[in-house]
Design a protein around this ligand. Structure first.
Ligand code: FES
Ligand code: FES
Length: 128
């Protein structure tokens, strides 16, 4: 299968790989798995007092498309509000990376991870 240059770039130079302190009250953690292939993605956000995501990190145990999708997601989330971040769609990620149909679920994993991280943060803050 031919991967797009953007997938290869994010796969070879993933942005924002790492970990934030999950116990930090300003950090939201999303942990999701793909039933289709068993891959796992952890995505974390750190939110400032204005409700803006000032940092985002991920760790993905999965294929190149899943790594690229989560790398791109962390880039896009930084500087966004929680609601803006939560409205990032997997279709937009898949389009940006030119993912082939069999790899669409990898971008779904990223969207799920974004939502899970935002929800975790909101839950911690009593916003849900
Ligand atoms: Fe398992 Fe993507 S299908 S790594
Ligand atoms: Fe399963 Fe990419 S996350 S193939």
């Amino acid at each position: 299968m031919a991967y797009s240059d953007k997938v290869i770039d994010h796969y070879e130079n993933p942005r924002n790989v790492g970990k934030l302190d999950a116990a930090d009250p300003n950090v939201g953690t999303g942990m999701v798995g793909a039933p289709a292939c068993g891959d796992v993605m952890r995505l974390q956000i750190k939110v400032n007092e204005q409700g803006v995501i000032e940092d985002a990190k991920f760790k993905t145990y999965g294929c190149g498309s899943a790594i690229a999708s989560s790398s791109l997601a962390t880039e896009w989330m930084k500087g966004k509000t929680l609601d803006e971040a939560a409205s990032i769609k997997n279709t937009t990620i898949a389009e940006e990376l030119a993912l082939p149909p069999v790899k669409i679920h990898c971008s779904v994993l990223a969207e799920d991870a974004i939502k899970a991280a935002v929800n975790d943060y909101k839950q911690k803050k009593g916003l849900l």
